[in-house]
Write a protein that binds this ligand. Structure first.
Ligand code: BG6
Length: 503
């Protein structure tokens, strides 16, 4: 793998949660894997007054728990620098520029700068604008890249405004919109599963696939993010971005080459083919739910409305399930089901391809209705792997069919290092590869699809928000949504389902 060019990575919002929980650990991981460039400075920027040494000391406790030597830690921490700055104040940016010039000189790093906006989204306008005012957007004597975190807008209108604003100061090829789902190894493997195997692609279409089911379930609630989440909800937090990206990869046509624009063009085409769900259809095709207090477990679990930062009368959805279609040659008539929720029984993300039954049921007297339902489960997390469910003859008299599992688990590969999503994405940006980053036009298209649903909820408060007790699989009414059979109730363990279920 080619080593990234030496550069300075500027993290705006360096005292924030994301920096500590994800970015610093990911950079450390790259350091231990010898994947960092020969020369790298990570310049933390935030309002708090800290020295370089204090910043290094603060970040030390967020290094991942691994066997590391003091030498490793010290070598990593030496990359870190800090610049106090009033990020929202354009007049402070000459200070930043000066500091970058000094660091570049001192460390002999070319003026290659990556700016990571790990800040609240209300700064997404002022930071790019202020950088541009001091010329830090100009790719002269070194590249200038900007990474931004979701949310990319809170609705279609604000997403368009955000894109327009970013493009006032940076070119699209300088922009890296992070969707950490695309950084997951198992998500990328969907491309390999589909396009490197002769056996799947020929049957990956309406002739053989009955329906597609995508689940992203979480056991956690909103934790300490109630204030943010109550204005977001599952649609904005998970569906518009992460789940739509999964849909894009499952449904796309083969790209001509594995390159950023070739892949992102195909994702965009999928989003362009989504059949709009009109406001009138929302109540029927989209089910929203909210977790309520539950006394089922050992300890009572509080409901969403009792969470810190949440409006006690909130109608924000912590669960969403929906059915939709992709109107193109490949997928005409194939229903897609997606669901996501907080405080569900297991933390599982997976894509399930349900194949059509054989045209004639020779062994129709089987007691097990599932026996003839072939499924390919692409498990994103946990117990990462792939599972194929096929019918097999039960040994003995007659022709009784039973479903058996053929499975592969990443954990079976020894000596294989699964990079963290943030590690992979940061490294890609350092190498100038935007393949796994969302492009502005696709982000807008995904918003176009979800906007009528948000409008319907806002305009028709009578569309129910179904309560579901924390720790259950969501509102029961979602079973009616799935006309094609039953939702899978996945467990932590990918295989041996039906025998035991690890939560
Ligand atoms: C984030 C959402 O983008 O993704 C969170 O804001 C959610 O609410 C998280 O918990 C899920 O990510 P993962 O990688 O744990 O599936």
């Amino acid at each position: 793998m080619k080593q990234p060019e030496s550069h300075i990575l500027v993290i705006f919002g360096a005292s924030g949660d994301l920096t500590k929980r994800k970015l610093i650990p990911a950079l450390y991981e790259l350091h231990t894997q010898n994947l960092l460039p020969e020369k790298l400075a990570v310049l933390g920027v935030a309002r708090t007054k800290l020295t370089d040494l204090e910043f290094r000391e603060n970040m030390k406790e967020f290094l991942p728990d691994q066997q590391h030597t003091q030498k490793d830690i010290d070598a990593f921490l030496e990359h870190l620098y800090y610049q106090p700055l009033s990020t929202a104040d354009a007049v402070d940016y000459p200070i930043l520029k000066k500091r970058l010039e000094l660091l570049s000189k001192e460390l002999s790093i070319p003026e290659n700068y990556i700016f990571y906006l790990s800040t609240p989204p209300n700064l997404y306008e002022i930071i790019p604008q202020s950088l541009a005012e001091v010329g830090l957007n100009e790719p002269v004597s070194g590249y200038k890249r900007l990474i931004i975190e979701k949310p990319f807008g809170t609705d279609l209108k604000s997403a368009k405004e955000l894109n327009k604003n970013l493009l006032n100061y940076f070119n699209e090829d300088q922009l890296y919109r992070i969707d950490h789902y695309l950084g997951k190894e198992t998500v990328q493997n969907m491309l390999v599963t589909r396009f490197s195997n002769g056996i799947f692609e020929p049957i990956w279409n309406r002739n053989f696939i009955h329906h597609v089911e995508i689940t992203s379930a979480e056991t956690l609630g909103v934790e300490d993010r109630g204030g943010y989440y109550d204005h977001s909800g599952a649609m904005r937090d998970m569906v518009q971005n992460h789940l739509m990206q999964l849909v894009g990869l499952v449904a796309m046509e083969p790209p001509v080459v594995i390159e950023a624009d070739a892949i992102r063009n195909e994702t965009l085409k999928v989003f362009q083919s989504l059949r709009p769900i009109t406001e009138a259809e929302v109540a029927k095709n989209v089910i929203r739910g909210q977790y309520i207090r539950s006394n089922h477990g050992k300890e009572p679990v509080i409901g969403y409305r009792e969470e810190h930062g949440v409006d006690p009368l909130s109608k924000t959805e912590t669960y969403l399930a929906m059915k939709f279609f992709i109107d193109n040659f490949r997928w005409a008539g194939v229903p897609f089901y997606i669901r996501t929720g907080k405080k569900l029984p297991a933390r599982v993300t997976e894509v399930v391809i349900h194949f059509k039954n054989t045209p004639h049921h020779l062994f129709g007297n089987t007691d097990n209705a599932d026996a003839i339902n072939n499924q390919l489960v692409l498990r994103i997390q946990p117990d990462e792997g792939i599972l194929l469910k096929i019918g097999m003859k039960v040994p003995g008299a007659g022709f009784h069919v039973q479903t058996v599992n053929m499975d592969f688990h990443y954990s079976e590969l020894s000596d294989v290092y699964l990079p963290s999503a943030y590690g992979r994405l940061l490294l890609d940006c350092m190498q100038g590869d935007a393949t796994l980053y969302s492009r502005g036009d696709a982000v807008e298209k995904a918003w176009e699809f979800v906007q009528p649903i948000l409008n319907a909820w806002q305009n028709n408060p009578e569309i129910p928000v179904y309560g579901y007790p924390a720790g259950t699989w969501g509102p029961e009414v979602v079973d009616d949504l799935m006309e094609e059979g039953m939702w899978r109730y996945p467990c932590k363990n990918l295989s041996h389902d039906g025998e035991y279920c690890e939560l």
